[in-house]
Design a protein around this ligand. Sequence first.
Ligand code: ADP
Length: 509
Amino acid sequence: VEKTVDVAVIGSGGAGLAAAIAALDKGASTLVLEKFPVIGGNTVRTGGQINAADPEWQHQFKAIHGERATLEKIYNTPEDEIAEEYREDFRALKEELDQYFKDLDEGKSYLFDSIHLHTIQTYIGGKRMDLDGNEIHSDIELIHYLTKNALPTIDWLKEKGVTFDEHMVAEPVGALWRRAREPQASEGFGYIDPLTTYIEDHGGQIMTDTKADRFIVEDGKIVGIQATGRYDQKVTIHVNKGVVIATGGFGANIEMIKKYDNYWGNLPESIPTTNSPALTGDGIEMGQEVGADVVGMGFVQLMPSADPITGNIFSGIDCPPSDFIFVNKEGKRFVDEYASRDVLAKALFDQGGVIYNISDAEIAKTRFNSTDEQLANDVKKGACFKADTLEDLAKQLDIDPAVFVKTIEDYNSYVDQGYDEEFQKGAFNHKVIVPPFYATPRSPATHHTMGGLKIDAQTRVLNTQGQAIEGLYAAGEVAGGVHAGNRLGGNALADIFVFGKLAGQNAAE
Ligand code: ADP
């Protein structure tokens, strides 16, 4: 098989489809290669929550317990702990917060947000130290591009057929703030289905079961892709304008994770993954073969709230983190459940790996991506425990009922007083009072690889000398530098669509 197109995109997750649409809209003939039989990659497995600061929308919602303290903590961060290039954003944020705190004092209650807060939280949320003692933080140009373009990109997605549920502000685990929308249709399919339809309606081609193997290079410029088709036939793609690598991360490749890991140290070989088995880091290796540089490869995100056996994020009850109540095998809480994903994963490892997330009937209503039938089925197969009393739930978990009931009563009293005196939980909402009660077993699973191909703020792939490789762009999880050492929940979908769109536009130039 031999084809010639203006733009070729490798990978049909959110980043790849966004790139293909942007290229088609510029009049480029466009082809997407997908190694799996199905379209959508890891993007279809997400809860669908996409972050964007949209104060006008968020201001309609009330503030909840703990949020003011969370903002005060950021406000009171000493300026010398903020990298120099982020200080202008930090000062601007503090001015906005002066006004917000005044409003709260005057009795106005609303959910605050701004591009400055999103920027500073992404920066602080990602600033980490590797095991050699080197600090890493996000590239400010990438973060600015992300936080400023998140909302316009949501509007662009709407134009392409994605519909959002805007009746509440959603928030996945480790988001550190409420600023996400969810698509109306189920999870990641709410994006992938309409975007695929748009591509097909506008003359784009998607070849599934076709795996990109290597680039064809002429005079230092990427001019094509060598791939393998469904029946092992040779597929050669000649490219007139540009190639976008959108192959996702390497979360399903434990060997590669362990080779680069410079944060966790001793990850168990048997750790579950939330990933599609397709996510093996192909695009990173293909890029490296043509001289591309990589950044942040030592940082792998573990999803703290996954099923201990299957890695499924949505088994049992997965609710907003403000409604998480994590209890260990002694029946005690042990962490601020609103913390970042790496902090939670470390805390879970310290408890022996498996803990329970406790919910009542009201919290159960806030859960993501699970119908009543699915929940009942999870209870039946033991992926979630259910009981009419807290005592009975404790017995099912082999926990001392007296200890467990005291833990829940204490938690409920923190909700009443608006302050968690034990763990200073960053935001919280419901008490645990309405039966039936649920306990969902949770453990860390490999989830997102922050590291990847080094790109500039135009998504051009850079070589080890810092120069752009002609004709080569990368977007989505395959690219590094955006999230540094820890990605905020809800930032991945913003990232893949914002940068996917940009990569497609640029590749079509
Ligand atoms: P992102 O979130 O960055 O868009 P996803 O994980 O959603 O990434 O999608 C990545 C897609 O790339 C998956 O569908 C995966 O099967 C595909 N892919 C990975 N490697 C290759 C390859 N070598 N050739 C073609 N497609 C690939």
